[in-house]
Design a protein around this ligand. Structure first.
Ligand code: HEM
Length: 459
């Protein structure tokens, strides 16, 4: 049922939070500055006074629920507004958009990522992950440190390209796409920071963005064309077989747009978020010991497969805590479609709302000691006691993330297999700084020494 929209008449204007309160920190420590905005809002819908750009910040779980879920029909994701406008130059219309085109893409892609469907590909995915992890034997033998972000990218690309893209894109090509995505993520920052600048106005980063988008198309367009008319239950063949609500087949543009989007979301999300795990474990020896103990007792030093996952409960809690602190989809901007009110505040049509799991998930009014890494926040009792939208790393409502099941199962397999086979030691326990690009990503590399967990590993 759609909740009626409150009449805009009796509402008040939003309180304004001026930029000078937080500007000094915005460049130095953007996460702290954004959470600072959220703390100042104190649960109200407030207006951020960022020069010409004056979006509304929505932090309270009840309000988030209305925007993303209950009243999502009045808060659109489409438009050339904050964030999505610049990214549309790469992803076009499709699964990362809104309206009828998005709805066709969502209906076609959703069945590929249900819990059941992901579980059905798990045996194959687990075998690939076990193999890809074992390639770390070489640096372990040589005593050579590894860049764990690069290793995770290698492991994820192999696992996902095989199971969701039917090997139509080689792991090497997928790594090339990831490199171009890295360039996209950083070159789009000026436009994310100055969201009111028209796209026609040249800005720093535009050329790098265009070059990277071209490199992505050079890899993915041939794969898209080759898959036309073929069988298979992979992402690209499924898109070609899909049709619009009025029965027309998708055109090449939409298949291309959705392929580019799905390669991006299946790769950089998991790769980026896992990078923070290792320094956090080094800084929280009790968490590290409990995680290791669970993996050892469940898998007994053997490769970890799908049959072990239901018993890796603490591993799952560690991942829950990781995406609380580092929700890759850190910002979900929305546009008000018809005048309405939210939390007693008047919202005109066209206004931009900023909903951010990064902010709500670090607010002291909802989380004790919010910056501490504490997986025990995710015991079933504590989860039940919390508002559904105090924690929404995967969004909610009609645009809820398609990849949630994939993320948890894949990440559990990667982490558990790494720790079943090796002892990983970070060279520095310093946490990588957070870069707020199109997705949230670590600004610094994390280097690890790889030691064999038992004598059988490095013969
Ligand atoms: C740590 C991992 C991930 C996080 C934190 C995450 C987070 C999110 C969030 C917050 C949204 C909602 C955006 C909005 O409401 O505007 C979203 C959407 C989406 N995610 Fe994820 N995601 C992750 C991994 C994945 C993976 C592995 C996939 C692969 C299938 C994926 C596919 C998608 C898609 C297709 C959408 C758009 C859905 C739609 O608009 O209908 N995500 N994700």
């Amino acid at each position: 049922m759609v909740t009626p929209h409150p009449a805009p008449t009796r509402a008040r204007r939003a309180r304004s939070v001026p930029l000078r309160h937080v500007a000094p920190g915005l460049l130095r420590d953007p996460v702290r500055a954004l959470v600072g905005f959220g703390e100042r809002a104190d649960g109200e819908v407030v207006r951020l006074n960022v020069g010409a750009f004056r979006p509304y910040l929505v932090t309270d779980p009840d309000h988030v629920q209305q925007v993303l879920g209950d009243r999502a029909d009045n808060f659109g994701r489409a438009g050339d507004g904050a964030f999505w406008g610049p990214l549309r130059r790469l992803f076009g219309d499709g699964i990362l958009g809104d309206g009828p085109v998005w709805s066709d893409s969502r209906r076609i892609l959703q069945p590929l990522f249900t819990a059941r469907r992901v579980e059905s590909v798990l045996p194959r995915m687990a075998a690939t992950i076990v193999d890809a992890v074992a390639e770390l034997d070489a640096p372990a033998r040589a005593g050579r440190p590894v860049d764990i972000g690069a290793e995770q990218a290698r492991i994820v690309c192999r696992a996902v390209m095989e199971t969701f893209f039917g090997d139509r894109i080689s792991a090497a090509d997928a790594l090339r796409v990831i490199q171009a995505q890295d360039a996209i993520a950083t070159s789009v920052i000026p436009r994310v920071l100055v969201p009111f600048a028209p796209l026609a106005l040249p800005m720093p980063g535009d050329r790098a963005f265009r070059d990277a988008a071209r490199r992505i198309d050079e890899v993915l367009t041939p794969a898209v064309r080759a898959a036309r008319g073929s069988d298979g239950d992979d992402v690209i063949a499924t898109l070609w077989r899909g049709s619009t609500a009025d029965g027309r087949p998708l055109d090449e543009r939409q298949v291309r747009n959705d392929t580019v989007a799905m390669v991006a979301v299946t790769t950089e999300t998991t790769v980026n978020v896992l990078t923070w795990l290792w320094p956090h474990l080094a800084r929280s020896p009790r968490v590290a010991a409990r995680l290791q103990e669970e993996i050892d007792s469940v898998a007994g030093g053997h490769p970890v497969g799908p049959e072990h996952l239901p018993r890796l409960r603490y591993t799952r809690m560690v991942l829950d805590e990781l995406v609380r602190l580092y929700p890759v989809g850190w910002l979900a901007p929305r546009q008000v479609l018809r005048p309405t009110t939210l939390g007693g505040v008047r919202l005109p049509a066209g206004a931009t709302l900023l909903v951010s799991p990064l902010v709500t998930q670090r607010l002291a009014r909802h989380w004790d000691d919010p910056d501490a890494f504490d997986p025990d926040r995710f015991t079933p009792e504590r989860v039940r006691a919390r508002h559904r939208y105090a924690y929404f790393p995967f969004g909610g409502g009609p645009h809820q993330c398609l990849g949630m099941h994939l993320f948890y199962l894949e990440a559990q397999l990667i982490v558990a297999n790494l720790l079943a086979r090796y002892r990983l030691r970070v060279r520095s326990p310093r946490l990588p700084a957070v870069q707020l690009a199109a997705a949230l990503r670590p600004r610094d590399r994390v280097e690890l020494d790889v030691l064999p967990a038992h004598a059988g590993v490095v013969a």
